[in-house]
Design a protein around this ligand. Structure first.
Ligand code: HEM
Length: 394
């Protein structure tokens, strides 16, 4: 009987049976018949001093970033209401349980390391009459910002290894507060599918580059001091951080015209391994002073890594980027780029000096254009009995 049913349902249905073992619709497939390990049941803790989705490693394969605006009637009381609803939804969905009154409860059964990170844009602090806390970024000469992807009062970063899980979580979180907010933008991003590469492989962006090599490692003291706020200036920000989201279009058609050496010189690293042009391995430290026999720097001073490199240890950020590849406009063949996402304790002293240098000059600028930009304060994490932002609103 089981065999017949399996034949009828096919192997993918058997795999679904394994994920939904609790539901028991199809029963658990024989391990011998299973060809892939099921990872959709894995969860990431939703509670703790810090919000999830930042140090969560490796970054999940799929993400949707949602920018929402507060309706004019929203003040501190309504914001508190939104945060209570979201906290309850996040506590359940990330642990594989349907949200309260979830209209598609079955979709919650595969949390696939779902994390939801909540951020506050400048508008929240205006609503609270504290506009000095989180000012927007200054304008940069390289920017060609589309208002459709710029700014927002609230942000949700929803990440999971499965795109259905992400879509369901976004749907629940947004519809549950729709009387108080409007959606300004949604930006979808992806990295390699879970299991597609050896764990630990640094991701590649759609330009083909290894992207993320020089990044503080989650869980280290170095990462902690660069990312998490210690609450000195604002006690309610202790264990919080900030997020910069820049939507950066990549001109793949002109990038295609550049030969491989040209591509490698523009970044300062080889395409095959991600090693600096002065080294052999991805992990090798770049040597910015090395010159060839004609005295020409091996890594051009205009290369992206030369321009982006910190000038002192405190001027570093944690990048957790995603690719995007959306439908092209009529007459175009691609609409691709990078959802550049960075977390840092202090935007002014860590992110801004780097962005200013890249704005001034960066060889990569010829093929990259920032088309969206937003900044958010990421308040600390929560435990049962509290809600996100309680220290700020409470
Ligand atoms: C490094 C790509 C935008 C900051 C790199 C690397 C690549 C890369 C391939 C070398 C490997 C690595 O260490 O990750 C890109 C692309 C961008 C972009 C394709 C836009 C589409 C930005 C922006 C910033 C930034 C907007 C910050 C404002 C950095 C930093 C490094 C880096 C700090 C490490 C430099 C070092 O110390 O070696 N990027 N990047 N990048 N990027 Fe970018």
């Amino acid at each position: 009987r089981t065999m017949t049913r399996r034949r009828l349902l096919g192997s993918s249905a058997a795999a679904v049976g394994a994920v939904g073992a609790g539901a028991g619709i199809y029963g658990v497939a024989d391990s011998a018949e299973r060809t892939e390990a099921v990872t959709g049941t894995e969860t990431v803790a939703w509670d703790g001093p810090r919000q999830a989705g930042i140090a969560t490693a490796p970054p999940q394969a799929h993400a949707i970033f949602v920018g929402l605006d507060l309706l004019p009637k929203v003040g501190a009381a309504e914001l508190t209401g939104i945060m209570k609803v979201w906290t309850a939804d996040i506590a359940r969905l990330t642990q594989g349980r349907p949200a309260l009154a979830d209209t598609e409860p079955e979709l919650a059964a595969a949390p696939a390391r779902l994390t939801v990170t909540v951020g506050y844009g400048p508008g929240v602090f205006v609503a609270l009459d504290r506009p000095e806390v989180a000012p927007p970024l200054p304008a940069f000469a390289i920017d060609r910002l589309d208002p459709a992807y710029t700014g927002a009062d609230l942000a949700l970063q929803v990440c999971a290894d499965d795109p259905v899980t992400v879509a369901h979580a976004v749907r629940v979180l947004v519809k549950n507060v729709r009387s108080l907010v409007t959606v300004r933008w949604m930006q979808r991003g992806f990295r390699r599918a879970r299991g597609a590469e050896t764990p630990g492989t640094t991701m590649r962006n759609l330009m083909g580059q290894v992207d993320g090599t020089t990044n503080p490692e989650a869980g280290t003291a170095d990462f902690d001091s660069l990312v998490w706020d210690d609450g000195t200036d604002r006690p309610w920000m202790r264990e919080g951080t900030t997020m910069v989201l820049r939507r950066i279009r990549i001109e793949l058609d002109t990038w295609d015209e550049l030969d491989r050496p040209g591509r490698e010189l523009s970044v300062g690293r080889t395409l095959s391994t991600g090693a600096p042009l002065t080294g052999a391995y991805e992990s090798d430290e770049p040597d910015f002073s090395a010159t060839d026999r004609n005295g020409i720097p091996v890594i051009p001073p205009s290369a992206h890594i030369a321009r982006a490199r910190h000038t002192h240890a405190g001027e570093r950020i944690f990048r957790r980027v995603y690719n995007y590849d959306d439908p092209p406009a009529p007459g175009q063949v691609s609409n691709s780029g990078l959802l550049f996402v960075s977390f840092q304790r202090d935007i002014t002293t860590q992110f801004l000096p780097i962005q200013r240098r890249l704005d001034e000059f960066d060889a990569l600028n010829e093929w990259t254009t920032p088309v969206g930009s937003a900044v958010f304060v990421i308040p600390p994490g929560v435990g049962s009995g509290s809600y996100i932002g309680e220290g700020l609103f409470g």
